[in-house]
Design a protein. Structure first.
Lengths: 289, 978
């Protein structure tokens, strides 16, 4: 298993062209677990850690451009947390300092785990991903077009996830998860809520309760009715006739596993969304869950 | 091969690596032994290093990813021989290193934190350490170490480390305290608080918070652990384990595996000896049943041994395992004790040559009975009770998860004797037990116990050593075998899962009149420790309270599940979860305060423990005379309860405004209590021995058979010897657990080491002291009985003195030469019980069912703690392990018996950032049969947290949950059913 460490995107594409079937390695925190377990036996590895084009983030108009190689530790940095607070909240709940120092946004997306912690927030933010090929071809896709099943993406062989674009400072953003403990590697249920006061839109996404991240559009519509956009506050209670929890429970499509039953996951997703909304409208500055 | 260029600990280096090498592998090959294997998944943090100053996990990083970067390991701090960096020093002083297996990772995490944040908050410290799992300390001392290191690095002087002394409080006075609802508990302490006993005399070294004797070795990450040596031409062994819960092995074709280049040996049923044995490291003769062989023609659980390969590299060995063709005849499996003991269950041990199985046809490895009165008298007692309560409990298989997995390196020495350097708690038992399995005599085997990165009972089992021995003898090459994390979870041992039913007869005033405990235990595929663990469940379940009529009955069932064995607490945690939960509910049902009910009945000094001698396979009311019943010689229960009540703020549990905070409508708070006791060694059975010799400079070599597994045994041995000999603990050079070099010891289990082996040390030191004072008397010109040893001198009553060094030189070189030395053994007819009271304060989220423990307190009477620092480390670590038992830990299998959570993450153990503050209070009592008044402390802390938490949840919410662990879903469901 030869390992290449290209120093530029061009070099990376050159290697990929010469070695079809080569596999991309970013932080390695998913990849190496599979290699060590004998579940992944790559013929060729292209380590992206030294590719400058994939690193860091920048502002482009009112959009933040996040490199695929952005680490969780970078997502938490105060400058970026100010622009995309929801992503910082999600990043804070990830694994441990070692994992946050090595693990990347691109790796989290490409792994396509239903429990991937950045995915609900990316969905709620309406992020677009840019994918590139060695022939210079680029395509921009939404999360639902890229991640199509557990561990399944529409990434083509030789294609590299380059960057992720989200709107800067898009309203109140909340991420919450319920697990066995506060800091959980795999959540039982998680939810991301973005309330965009400028665009007067609400987006809700659920993690760990289906094969992919689920956008809960019914919930969004119901929520929008409860918001006084001018006053930036909730006008109705979240409980009651159009009970939120119930809508979330309906939207979720979880399965039973050894950690919890589908019924409990549905319930937990409801609690997460309701609490995320409360927090989005509470006067206090939101903090990490 | 490829070249990786990096800067390693400040030096430019080019490492030759296989492209697939992890950084962990590459660094260890370079001699950076502080970077250690804990898992292949980045979950334990034992392999954490700094990459460009940032902590990363080297087990999930390719060496190639470090190309062009700067890598820092703990070794970078080791500049001067014998000296420590301030961070390392802080870790040693505070007792933050027990096993010390992850010392490198922790010190580096601290270094990275303190470089960016010189004055960190506790939350920052806990976050920085959160990716490094520690199964031993409970993290309190690790956090304190980082605080102290920060202080030292800022150039300030850290405060003293003397445990604060508490003014004792009586139980009535403690119960009368009405803490305000908003009172915040005292700041968490990394030091225990002490309640002194007037019966305890002055000592110079004993009772002091001495740093561990092996501190330097651990803090510097030196090659101290089993796998930290590499021998020339060493082979690596891997185990092939069963994919089926129950199957017969019809044939094994190893030709493809043997044909693989680099493979040296493949062992399996058809080419190895067939000797039945029991794997539990226990005294001769080992308890029945002998139901295992090294490689059987049957597999009895997913994870059971099928074959072993020795090859040039671990990867080759692993690949060879996949090339072994095994033909299985799959059999129906029984995946629970009730299934296995029901009609029509498959017979798990249908072989004819196993010895001592109680009833193989019914899948019963053992049956245990014991009662203090006849069945008729028991029923009469129940009939006389004002109330009778029956309640059933269920507790799961918990796994020990030492961060260092089972590891053995074996080789033939120059005399062709088999040497096993093993991560074991029982070096001497191991030598005796492995001999017949590898076809050698005991004298042809040497077992060496290096430092251990945790054991908790799992290493009281012979799990890998026979395989390594066979491979060494077959290949005549050194062989190393280290379990991977999944094997450590599944193929080592677990705690016995049990269902327990208590039937209790009680009078309206709370007096107990009858206790009947029935248990069905799951021993998994093999019966190792099945009898002794379950006997202790009976002993512990029926000893803490006086009651005129008691009965215990237990069936121990084979199942097609991972093997249960010894685990810290040894049957007691199961018993105490049931007993202490049950009594709380009984008290509530008859309208009594939970402390009141317990106080009415708890055993006191002078009471006799009547069930213990009556437990046996024969059962019935044994003819035991009153005088032969063990008597409680020291007991601090009431004082422990009083101290705990004060420390936890007990009375808030009755305050509605505290229990239901206004500003957090989804939260309910509660406080719970559980009492516990343990033993100190096995009476009449356990024996330890020690020898001591004096050197030219009045230092002493102390050789003990005992096996320090990170607990601090070697340190308290040094303290005990130093106290007797009038020197400093640092003047004692301790070597323990080497069967060629040290005297015998039964090993580290049953809470015996301080009480039994510690007494052997005291006696050996006294024997050496007798030689010293004789010579000192001569030199001082006085009668020897007037000589006093203190401050490394021998003193006459008139104030004249000679340095001990002069006495050593005199003895070794000048006059009537002799080696001043002492040797002694010790066993005891007693096993005095330590007693404890454990308290938990919880918050329950009634919407999600999540239970957050906000504080744990344990007040414990372990006699006189020889070293309050190491002893409190035992308590803190035990409490957190018990917290896991209560809230998160359980091996889960699917319908085919395959493990679903054999990894950290899905199997959650507490981390630095979710561990609650712990407070430890030592309530001294004087135990005259122990060394300097000591009883045991290693196991008792694991007994009471789970029931205390469960009782706190009931106090908070009113729901009683009788199944562990208290997962969010389980609590949520119970709340739904309310
Ligand atoms: C101990 C531990 C704890 C963890 N905790 C969490 C947690 O709490 N929450 C969570 O969500 N995850 C967690 N993870 C999973 C993992 O850390 C994250 O998914 C991480 O974001 C993966 O990123 P990486 O850079 O390490 O990816 P890698 O492991 O390097 O790669 C993962 C996958 O992505 C592909 N890939 C990477 N970069 C690109 C790219 N630019 N273009 C196309 N494909 C690419 C790779 O080919 C591979 O298939 C944990 C992992 C560990 C080991
Ligand atoms: S060093 Fe802490 S778990 Fe072993």
């Amino acid at each position: 298993m030869p390992v290449f460490v290209p120093a530029s995107l061009e070099e990376a594409f050159a290697v990929l062209e010469g070695a079809p079937g080569a596999q991309l390695l970013a932080g390695g925190t998913d990849f190496m677990v599979e290699v060590n377990a004998g579940q992944r036996r790559p013929a060729t590895v292209v380590a992206l850690g030294a590719v400058p084009e994939l690193k860091g983030w920048r502002l482009d108009g009112d959009e933040v451009v996040l490199g695929a190689g952005l680490t969780y530790t970078e997502m938490i940095s105060p400058e970026l947390a100010e622009l995309v607070p929801g992503l910082a909240q999600a990043a804070r709940t990830v694994g441990s300092p070692q994992i946050r120092n090595a693990g990347t946004l691109g790796g989290n997306i490409a792994t396509a785990s239903p429990a991937g912690d950045t995915l609900p927030m990316l969905m709620a933010l309406g992020a677009t991903m840019t994918l590139g090929r060695s022939d210079g071809g680029r395509r921009a896709v939404g999360l639902d077009e890229l991640v199509v099943g557990p561990k399944r993406t529409t990434l083509q062989p030789g294609e590299v996830l380059l960057e992720v674009r989200v709107r800067a400072g898009a309203g109140r953003q909340e991420f919450l998860k319920v697990g066995t403990r506060n800091a959980m590697v795999i959540a039982v249920a998680s939810a991301a809520v973005v309330v965009d006061f400028e665009r007067r839109s609400v987006r809700v996404a659920l993690g760990s309760v289906g094969p992919v991240v689920i956008r809960a559009e019914e919930v969004e519509r119901e929520a929008a009715k409860l918001i006084d956009w001018d006053a930036r506050r909730l006008v109705g209670p979240l409980e009651g006739s159009g009970d939120f929890g119930e809508l979330v429970r309906t939207a979720a499509r979880p399965i039973d596993d050894h950690r919890s039953t589908a019924a409990y996951r549905r319930h937990a997703a409801g609690v997460c969304v309701t609490r995320a909304f409360r927090r989005a409208f509470s006067s206090e500055e939101s903090t990490a869950p | 091969m490829m070249q990786v260029k990096l800067r390693l600990n400040g030096e430019d280096r080019q490492l030759r690596c296989e492209p697939g090498d992890t950084l962990l592998r590459a660094l260890r090959r370079e001699g950076c032994f502080s970077v250690r294997y804990g898992s292949d998944t980045g979950e334990t943090g034992a392999a954490a290093v700094l990459l460009d100053g940032r902590l990363v996990s080297a087990d999930v990083l390719l060496a190639a990813q470090a190309d062009g970067h700067e890598v820092t390991t703990l070794e970078s701090l080791n500049v001067a021989t014998g000296e420590l960096h301030p961070i390392q020093a802080a870790f040693v002083e505070t007792g933050a290193l027990q096993g010390g297996y992850s010392a490198g990772a922790m010190v580096l995490a601290a270094k990275a934190l303190l470089e960016r944040s010189p004055e960190p908050t506790d939350a920052e410290i806990r976050d920085a350490l959160s990716g490094i799992l520690d199964r031993e300390t409970g993290y309190a001392k690790v956090v304190e170490a980082v605080r102290r290191a920060a202080t030292a690095l800022r150039g300030e002087k850290p405060g003293p480390l003397d445990p604060p002394i508490l003014e004792p409080i009586g139980l009535e006075a403690a119960l009368a305290i009405r803490p305000p609802a908003d009172s915040t508990p005292d700041a968490p302490l990394a030091l225990p608080r002490m309640v002194l006993s007037p019966d305890v005399g002055h000592t110079a070294v004993v009772g002091k918070a001495e740093p561990k004797v092996e501190g330097l070795r651990l803090a510097k990450g030196n090659a101290a652990f089993a796998d930290d040596i590499e021998l020339r031409a060493m082979l690596h062994a891997k185990l092939l384990t069963s994919p089926y819960a129950h199957a017969r092995i019809v044939a094994v074709d190893d030709s493809k595996a043997r044909a693989l280049s680099g493979v040296h040996e493949v062992l399996h049923h058809f080419n190895t000896p067939h000797v039945r044995y029991a794997s539990g490291g226990q005294s001769w003769p080992n308890p029945y049943p002998y139901d295992q062989v090294s490689f059987d023609d049957k597999v009895r659980y997913v994870g059971d041994r099928v074959a072993a390969v020795a090859a040039d590299t671990p990867e080759t060995a692993e690949e060879a395992c996949t090339l072994i063709d095994v033909t299985y005849e799959v059999l129906p499996a029984a995946l629970s004790a009730s299934e296995a003991t029901g009609d029509g269950a498959p017979v798990i041990h249908d072989e004819t040559d196993s010895v001592g199985i109680y009833d193989a046809a019914r899948n019963l490895s053992h049956h245990i009975e014991g009662q203090t009165v006849s069945d008729e008298a028991l029923e009469a007692a129940f009939a006389s009770a004002d109330h009778v309560f029956t309640q059933s409990f269920s507790v799961p298989a918990q796994q020990h998860t030492p961060i260092e997995p089972h590891a053995v390196v074996g080789w033939l020495d120059e005399d062709e004797r088999l040497v096993l350097r093993s991560s074991t708690q029982v070096p001497f038992h191991l030598r005796r037990m492995v001999a017949p399995l590898v076809g050698r005599e005991v004298k042809e085997i040497r077992v060496v116990k290096p430092r251990l990165g945790g054991g908790f009972g799992s290493k009281q089992e012979m799990v890998t050593e026979d395989v390594v021995g066979l491979l060494v003898l077959a290949t005549r090459r050194p062989v190393s075998m280290v379990f991977n994390r999944e094997q450590e979870f599944i193929s080592s041992r677990t705690r016995h899962a049990q269902s327990l039913t208590f039937r209790t007869g009680v009078m309206s005033d709370g007096t107990l009149v009858a206790q009947d405990l029935t248990v069905l235990a799951d021993t998994g595929a093999y019966g190792t420790h099945g009898f002794t663990v379950q006997s202790l469940t009976g002993a512990r379940g029926l000893s803490s309270y006086n009651c005129p009529a008691k009965r215990y009955r237990c069936d121990v069932a084979y199942t097609n599940r991972p093997v249960a064995g010894a685990f810290r607490g040894y049957g007691a945690p199961q018993a105490f979860f049931a007993l202490e939960s049950h009594l709380d509910d009984v008290a509530a049902a008859i309208g009594l305060d939970p402390i009141e009910l317990r106080r009415k009945n708890w055993v006191r000094t002078g009471d006799r423990l009547d069930i213990v001698p009556r437990l046996g396979e024969r059962g019935g009311v044994e003819d035991v005379s009153e005088e032969d019943l063990p008597v409680v010689t020291s007991c601090g229960t009431e004082r422990c309860v009083a101290e705990g009540v004060r420390a936890i703020g007990w009375q808030r549990r009755d305050d509605p405004s505290w229990r239901q905070p206004d500003d957090r409508p989804n939260i309910r708070r509660g406080i719970g209590l559980a009492l516990c006791m343990q033993g100190s060694g096995i009476p009449f059975v356990d024996m330890g021995a020690c020898s001591i010799k004096m050197n030219d400079d009045a230092s002493f070599n102390l050789l003990a058979g005992a096996a320090d597994l990170g607990t601090g045994a070697d340190t308290i041995f040094a303290q005990i010897a130093a106290e007797v000999l009038g020197v400093r603990a640092s003047d004692i050079i301790v070597l323990s657990g080497d069967t060629d070099v040290t005297p015998f010891d039964k090993g580290a289990y049953a809470s015996s080491t301080t009480y039994i082996s510690g007494m052997a040390v005291k006696r050996a030191a006294e024997a050496a002291r007798a030689r010293i004072v004789e010579r000192a008397g001569r030199l001082l010109g006085i009668e020897e009985e007037w000589v006093e040893l203190r401050d490394r001198r021998a003193w006459a009553p008139d104030g004249h003195s000679v340095p001990l060094e002069d006495i050593a030189l005199n003895a070794l070189h000048t006059e009537d030469q002799e080696q001043i030395m002492g040797i002694a053994s010790h066993w005891s007819p007693d096993s005095p019980a330590p007693f404890g009271a454990q308290f938990a304060e919880v918050e329950v989220d009634v919407e999600t069912g999540e239970v957050t423990v906000t504080k744990l307190v344990m007040a414990v009477d372990c006699g006189v703690p020889i070293n309050p620092l190491t002893a409190s480390g035992q308590v803190e670590g035990g409490m957190i392990q018990s917290l896991g038992y209560g809230l998160t830990e359980e091996i889960v299998l699917d319908g085919q018996g395959r493990p679903l959570n054999a990894a950290f993450g899905p199997y959650w153990i507490f981390r630095a950032d979710d561990t609650p503050p712990t407070e430890v209070i030592f309530v001294q009592t004087m135990e005259h049969s122990g060394p300097f008044g000591a009883k045991s402390v290693g196991e008792i802390p694991i007994d009471g947290v789970a029931p205390a938490v469960r009782n706190a949840v009931r106090n908070a919410t009113g729901v009683a949950i009788d199944t562990l662990p208290l997962t969010p879903e389980r609590v949520w469901r119970a709340l739904q059913g309310r």
